[in-house]
Ligand binder design. Structure first.
Ligand SMILES: C[S@@+](CC[C@H](N)C(=O)[O-])C[C@H]1O[C@@H](n2cnc3c(N)ncnc32)[C@H](O)[C@@H]1O
Length: 337
């Protein structure tokens, strides 16, 4: 019996997990949820509820170190991001089920001088989610360089940026702690939901920016990830992504950035994912995507274990909806040192 199954059985089937769930706070648009660690479970409607730009082509870099798994710092991160189509559908699913109607990219980029940019950098770019936001605001034809360890992101990234009117260039590289200065200077850089994979890069990011350049970083709140674990009755001490997130989270991010930027502005993006009775399949798809990140050793592509799916179905049927905290924080950094 594998490690993850033992853990799931122990936590999901234990009698203490079967009690009525405590209340989940209601979503308050554009307000601050607080940094409390939510203790809610299923909620009812009526009660408890070194870029080597010089030299490395994307082809040369097209094998993630370690084969199917990218070794990231001291944590081996399953490559859930190696399939851009699946990652893109989860991103859309998140948008559809978000209680916050605002697009997080609008919150992140509001008042940031992207319109004056001529070269932009998207670190850990994935299929181009943040690059699309940048491209829509940048002058037509602006070069946006996307860097990602997963080569499968190249085509979707270049396509996404192109559709939004800019020129996408993809570099397949595992970022650690250095951006090659031969890459030249950038008007701005972004890292959305990725800086925690390469927190040692911040100093290099500040150095690669022009004096008037900006760096926008978006990350999750650790309390939200703990809430998801709580909802699923999974133990926090076996969730590899919690340790990764802690390196650059809403809670810890300012400390990482302030030594390298004269100005670090924070913006909240309070949000809940809401799943109603008819959304059971969507809920399962979201949980399936998350499990390899939150249960050590959970196989990629494996179905949601029956105890979890069964409990979710029962709660949805009984209570009508499930809310999962998904609060983010944006850091807008200026005056690179
Ligand atoms: C959560 S996804 C975010 C993708 C994109 N920025 C977005 O907002 O949708 C994290 C991305 O970082 C990439 N990544 C993880 N570790 C990396 C590393 N050390 N170097 C480069 N990319 C990395 C992953 O391949 C993935 O595409």
């Amino acid at each position: 019996m594998t490690n993850w199954w033992l853990l799931l059985s122990a936590t999901v089937l234990c009698p203490c997990a079967a009690g009525p769930p405590p209340a989940r706070r209601a979503f308050r648009p554009r307000s601050f949820h607080g940094f409390d660690t939510p203790s809610a479970h299923f909620v009812g409607t009526n009660g408890p509820a070194g870029i080597a730009f010089g030299g490395l082509s994307s082809r040369e870099g097209s094998r993630p170190p370690g084969g199917g798994r990218a070794r990231i710092g001291w944590v081996s991160e399953p490559s859930v991001y190696a399939a851009p189509t699946a990652h893109g559908s989860i991103s859309e699913l998140i948008r559809r089920h978000s209680a916050n109607p605002e697009d997080v990219r609008d919150v992140a980029l509001e008042g940031v001088n992207v319109a004056a940019a001529d070269r932009l950098l998207d670190l850990g770019c994935g299929f181009g989610f943040m690059a699309e936001g940048l491209a829509r605001r940048a002058p037509a034809g602006t070069e946006i360089v996307g860097v990602d360890v997963n080569p499968s992101n190249e085509i979707p990234f270049v396509r996404t940026v192109g559709r939004a009117g800019c020129r996408g260039r993809f570099v397949c590289e595992r970022l650690v702690d250095r951006l090659d200065p031969v890459a030249g200077r950038f008007s701005g850089a972004a890292a959305s939901y990725s800086l925690y994979f390469f927190p040692g890069l911040v100093r290099s990011i500040s150095r690669i920016l022009r004096p008037e350049g900006f760096f926008v970083a978006v990350t999750h709140r650790e309390a939200s990830l703990r809430h998801l674990l709580d909802v699923l009755d999974l133990p926090a001490d076996n969730a590899p992504h919690l340790a990764v997130l802690h390196r650059f989270s809403a809670e810890t991010g300012a400390g990482l950035l302030t030594p390298w930027f004269g100005s670090v502005e924070t913006r909240e993006y309070p949000n809940d994912l809401v799943f109603e009775r008819a959304d059971f399949e969507a809920l399962l798809a979201y949980v399936r995507f998350k499990l390899p990140l939150i249960v050590r050793g959970f196989p990629l592509g494996m179905d949601v274990p029956r105890p979890i799916a069964g409990r979710a179905a029962v709660h949805l049927e009984r209570e009508g909806r499930i809310e999962i905290a998904k609060d983010d924080r944006v850091f807008v950094c200026r005056e690179p040192r």
